[in-house]
Design a protein around this ligand. Structure first.
Ligand code: 4NP
Length: 160
């Protein structure tokens, strides 16, 4: 991670492949940050618990669905690393499996306290995780973006 100590808040979104949900969360959250003229206060990134898509752009289906909402996703997939727990203030898991993997990877009790679930920021308690859209149709990607926009707005508000 490049020097980013000047940022007040550092947020890392994490899913499995870092090609669908977490880069979309990163894009949606960064858009809210930018809209609030807070780009100098927030460092936003994303990563995957599985490194098999390392270096790849987000899935083309997610890039297309996100672009229709004005999110240009240019992140390159990377695996989450132990040092992320030192570098970031908040590590946001998309589902329970991501959460469990992160809890295992966390190097200290203090680090585990940085891990939260994205669904805990949803306005409604109907969904308890952000569903993996990889094997779904276009509607799955729209659902993920709807959920992420809602959770990102509440997550951003939690910093104020
Ligand atoms: P993501 O979606 O975790 O939201 O990036 C997936 C991407 C790739 C795979 C599964 C989920 N995969 O099995 O390769």
């Amino acid at each position: 991670m490049e020097s980013c100590n000047s940022f007040k808040y550092k947020v890392l979104f994490v899913c499995l492949g870092n090609i669908c949900r977490s880069p979309a969360a990163q894009g949606a959250f960064q858009a809210i940050v930018d809209k609030n003229n807070a780009a100098d206060r927030f460092y936003v990134d994303s990563a995957g618990t599985y490194g098999g898509h390392r270096g790849q752009l987000p899935d083309s289906r997610m890039r297309k669905a996100a672009l229709a909402r004005d999110y240009v996703l240019t992140h390159r997939s990377r695996p989450v690393e132990v040092t992320d727990f030192l570098d970031f203030d908040l590590v946001v898991a998309m589902d329970d499996s991501n959460y469990a993997d992160l809890m295992h990877l966390a190097p200290s009790v203090e680090a585990t306290r940085k891990i939260v679930k994205m669904a805990d920021y949803l306005s409604s308690s109907e969904m308890t995780y952000i569903p993996d859209p990889y094997y779904s149709g276009a509607d799955g990607f729209e659902l993920v973006l709807d959920l992420l926009e809602d959770a990102c707005a509440n997550l951003y508000a939690s910093f104020e």
